[in-house]
Design a binder for this molecule. Sequence first.
Ligand code: FAD
Length: 301
Amino acid sequence: MKSFDAVIVGAGFAGMSAALQIARANHTVCVIDAGLSRSRFSSRLHGIFGFDGDTPHGVIGRARAQLLEYPNVTFMDDSVVNTEGRDGNFSTILKTGQVVHSRKMILAFGVSDVLPNLPGLYERWGKSVLHYSHQQGCEFYDRRLGVLQTSPSSVQKALIVAEWGQVTLFLNGGVAPSPDCLDILAQRGVKVDPSMIGKLEGRGTELSTIVFMNEREVELDALYVSPQTKLNSTAAEMLGCEIEDGLCGPIVKVDEFHLTSVAGVYAVGDITGTSRNATDACAEGIRAGGSLHRALLCGLH
Ligand SMILES: Cc1cc2nc3c(=O)[nH]c(=O)nc-3n(C[C@H](O)[C@H](O)[C@H](O)COP(=O)(O)OP(=O)(O)OC[C@H]3O[C@@H](n4cnc5c(N)ncnc54)[C@H](O)[C@@H]3O)c2cc1C
């Protein structure tokens, strides 16, 4: 029977940061990962102190190699399919049928982006169809940029992206922004195009053209999209953790120590809705790792 002080579901930025804190406190930790980091669609990561421009694979691989230097860390390349128990005694069942036991749990399984169903969009995600302007905007500075309207906050996104180049807000047949918003967009030099998009075209993963349903074409180098998200795993629900509505989709409710509504279960990273990037996720992991360590020692936060 495999038994650990802590089991961490997800070895992304949040999960591995938490694991490092627990490992350095001489407690045993098992990190389970399904190999589906959210940033894997991107060729380069940006805005991360000390790692700007590195590949997602490189950053994650390096963190994992450093963690494996600790004899009290175990990695399992597997997927969590079930988990149950209560503080001090959790059981986690993996896809391969293995079972691991732990005193505490950290949920760090991340979210997936639910992309709009437009031909040519998915294969360009993370390359020329982008999410975060601060992480990916610089590479498209002064180019022809677009924002796809997916929610009322797309107006704000267009205003921000205008910092990096000439922007068109594509309504894609959706509701037009209010007259006040249209005024602000115009003042910022953002064009608004109401037409329904048929497909995205370009060489390989590059974007060069938006083709509308009416066959009109617009040349574009990058399109920003703010997709809804879904939790990657049902592990939080299985453990009875409270789930609430976040800005982009369901999130796991946590307190200031990253403890969920269930004793002994912590949640970190994108699944809490407060992490917006790799650095936020790392910070949450470090905080939760410290909280969990204190709880292991004396039941205190
Ligand atoms: C296209 C794109 C580009 C981005 N670029 C940047 C950037 O340049 N800079 C930046 O700071 N941020 C960037 N981000 C944001 C960043 O990727 C996330 O904020 C960050 O990955 C969140 O870390 P996390 O640990 O919460 O989740 P993740 O990094 O997604 O890690 C979650 C882990 O959980 C694992 N997992 C999921 N389900 C299970 C399961 N059932 N069992 C076991 N393991 C499971 C997955 O395999 C995954 O490794 C980008 C995001 C996207 C979508």
